[in-house]
Design a protein around this ligand. Structure first.
Ligand code: GRF
Length: 216
């Protein structure tokens, strides 16, 4: 099967985009990044895409009258490129239910916490304030409610005694860079499928053995 045509949507520095670009350059990887779209004209991730020879497009949300109009343009652009899968990678816009439904089970997101804990912003500060012993990251299929949807994979990261927001964020980000390419591999290869709003991997409700261990 040819690699699945994948678009990555960004708003910022694009370190997760970079992890996906690097993975997609590996022989046999089941996804090919055909387009990077940013809603922010000077997002750092655009340069990463250009350096990798991936076509980019800026769709500045400020030029649209509302979410529906912006999402319609986004949908048109993705369809024009023959995109099959969409990865949100630090894309800081809420998407309309219509858009999310149009891309149901073909739209994935990464979030820097073990969902359903700490959806939304400031996840690391909130994890520290809550005193949790582990946090981490989640790659999930997108549903209309923000940071909600069937979990593809998660990576747990311990909270260490000296952690502040920035130290914790750095360690979680390193886990994100391993988790996202792995999750996209599972989805693009057809190994991960949504069954009754849970993700089965290789037809099982949980992986037969740990998919990977983010701890050193
Ligand atoms: C990541 O922590 C991601 O989980 C969150 O936004 C951040 C984006 O970072 N959704 P980057 O742009 O991929 O470096």
């Amino acid at each position: 099967m040819p690699p699945r045509a994948t678009a990555v949507l960004i708003s910022g520095r694009g370190s997760n985009l970079q992890a996906l670009i690097d993975a997609a350059a590996t022989p046999g990887y089941p996804a090919r990044i055909v387009r990077v779209i940013s809603n922010v004209p000077d997002a750092g991730g655009l340069k990463r895409a250009e350096a990798a020879g991936i076509p980019t497009r800026v769709i500045d949300h400020r030029g649209f009258k509302g979410r529906a109009a912006f999402d319609a343009e986004l949908h048109k652009a993705l369809t024009a490129d023959g995109v099959e899968l969409v990865c949100l990678a630090g894309f800081m816009r809420l998407l309309t239910a219509d858009f999310v439904e149009a891309w149901r089970d073909r739209l994935i997101n990464i979030h820097p916490s073990l969902l359903p804990a700490f959806p939304g912003l400031d996840t690391h500060a909130r994890a520290l304030a809550a005193g949790v012993r582990f946090t981490g990251c989640t790659v999930h299929f997108v549903r209309p409610t923000m940071d909600e949807g069937p979990v593809i994979i998660q990576a747990a990261v311990p909270v260490l005694p000296d952690d502040d927001e920035s130290r914790l964020a750095t360690r979680v980000l390193a886990a994100e860079h391993r988790a996202y390419p792995f999750a996209l591999d599972l989805v693009a290869s057809g190994r991960a499928r949504v069954v009754g709003e849970r993700v089965e991997i290789d037809g099982m409700r949980a992986p037969a053995e740990p998919l990977f261990n983010p701890l050193p």
